[in-house]
Design a protein around this ligand. Structure first.
Ligand code: NAD
Ligand code: IPM
Ligand code: MN
Length: 360
């Protein structure tokens, strides 16, 4: 299969982990006889430094003309500590999602058995947890009207959803629920917010077309609690942009680390694959970031954008085998694993590539 893949390393550890994600795609191409053509483009702080724009036109053109995108992360401490900065790395990511119509962000929370001891949650509560989040990605308070008034003393961001935006993400989530345990949890704050009341109304309406799926509505505060209390009680979850952002960082603890969570952003056009984590200034440049979220994002790319199921499964099996043999990055290391070997980013990526070669 011949495909064009654009790599967007971005900033901080985004660059470090994406190297491993790319290496895994090259390894898969090599082992299965595919022709993946890679191209790179600028985004985020790096793009601002080079062009003044966090998503240069040249990048957008490349993205619109490729078959899939592997993205790292954006962000820089310079902006995090300067609320007055008008041009910011994160704007590049948000504009990319909007321009490419990527309204559905799938965030699988899959706990590898080997990492049961890596989490701060008790193993008996965690074992068997497997959740698929559908985070709406191009609406909500992220894209509502915003501004300042009262001589700059009042600021506002508007939480806004339209019927069609809720409908299309709900359909995707219901369809996924039909292929899993036929249970869907819709998370909102309908006891307070009007946009959430529309959300709940639309999900109830869409539910009529999926009578085989059991729907449960949950307020976001309760959902945040229940995710940790009983993660196994969730299967497919559908929620808005902001709630989905927060709940999935929380849910990363079910999988052991932020460094384990991959995601797929899909919608009208090309698919974008990215770890859920950010540029992690605290560990940037140390070579210790966990590359597995990027590698598992590459697996989602192979599966969803290219329909290469066997190749995607091979990547997942290679990760599993890597963990089974005791290889860990620092974030998922725990004193209880026998023969544990704590590796840096690059070597961990190489070990996964070796495992792929042994599996094929
Ligand atoms: P973060 O996700 O970058 O880091 C949170 C914590 O998780 C940190 O302690 C970090 O060291 C750890 N962590 C994250 N990924 C890891 C990995 N692969 N391996 C090991 N440990 C990992 O979130 P933050 O610190 O709140 O944000 C830092 C910057 O990243 C900010 O500028 C923020 O805007 C940006 N950000 C970008 C994205 C994105 O590009 N998708 C996502 C989140 C945050
Ligand atoms: C994510 C990030 C982004 C978001 C930021 C960096 C804009 O946190 O991808 O989860 O909030 O969507
Ligand atoms: Mn986030």
């Amino acid at each position: 299969m011949k495909k064009k893949i654009t790599i967007l390393p971005g900033d901080g550890i985004g660059k470090e982990v994406t190297e491993s994600g790319k290496k895994v795609l090259e390894q898969i191409a090599d082992c299965f006889g595919h022709d993946f053509i890679f191209d790179e483009a600028l985004i985020g702080h790096e793009a601002i430094e080079a062009t003044g724009n966090p998503l240069p036109d040249e990048t957008l053109t490349k993205l619109k003309n490729c078959d899939a995108i592997l993205f790292g992360a954006v962000g820089h401490p310079k902006y995090d500590n300067d609320p007055s900065a008008k041009i910011r790395p994160e704007q590049g990511l948000l504009k990319m999602r909007k321009e490419l119509g990527l309204y559905a962000n799938l965030r699988p929370i899959k706990l590898f058995d080997e990492l049961l001891e890596a989490s701060s949650i008790k193993p008996e509560i965690l074992k068997g947890a497997d959740i698929l989040f559908f985070r709406e990605l191009t609406g909500d308070v992220y894209f509502g009207e915003r501004g300042r008034k009262d001589n700059n003393d009042t600021a506002y961001d508007t939480m806004i959803y339209s019927r069609y935006e809720v409908e299309r993400i709900a359909h995707k989530a219901f369809k996924a629920a039909q292929t899993r345990s036929k249970k869907l949890t819709s998370v909102d704050k309908a006891n307070v917010l009007e946009s959430s009341r529309l959300w709940r109304e639309v999900v109830q309406e869409v539910a009529k077309q999926y009578p085989d799926v059991k729907v449960e509505h949950m307020f976001v505060d309760a959902a945040a609690m229940k995710l940790i209390q009983n993660p196994k009680s969730f299967d497919v979850v559908v929620t808005g942009n902001l709630f989905g952002d927060i709940l999935t960082d929380e849910a990363s603890q079910i999988a052991g680390s932020m460094g384990m969570l991959a995601s797929a952003s899909v919608g009208d056009t090309v698919g974008l694959y990215e770890p859920i984590h950010g540029s992690a200034h605290d560990i940037t440049g140390k070579g210790i970031a966990n590359p597995l979220a990027s590698i598992l994002s590459a697996a989602l790319l192979l599966d969803i954008s290219f329909g290469l199921k066997e190749e995607a499964d091979t990547v997942i099996k290679a990760v599993e085998q890597t963990l089974k043999e005791g290889y860990r990055t620092r974030d998922i290391a725990d004193a209880k694993t026998p023969h544990e070997k704590v590796l840096g980013t690059e070597v961990m990526g190489n070990v996964v590539c070796n495992q792929i070669r042994m599996l094929v």
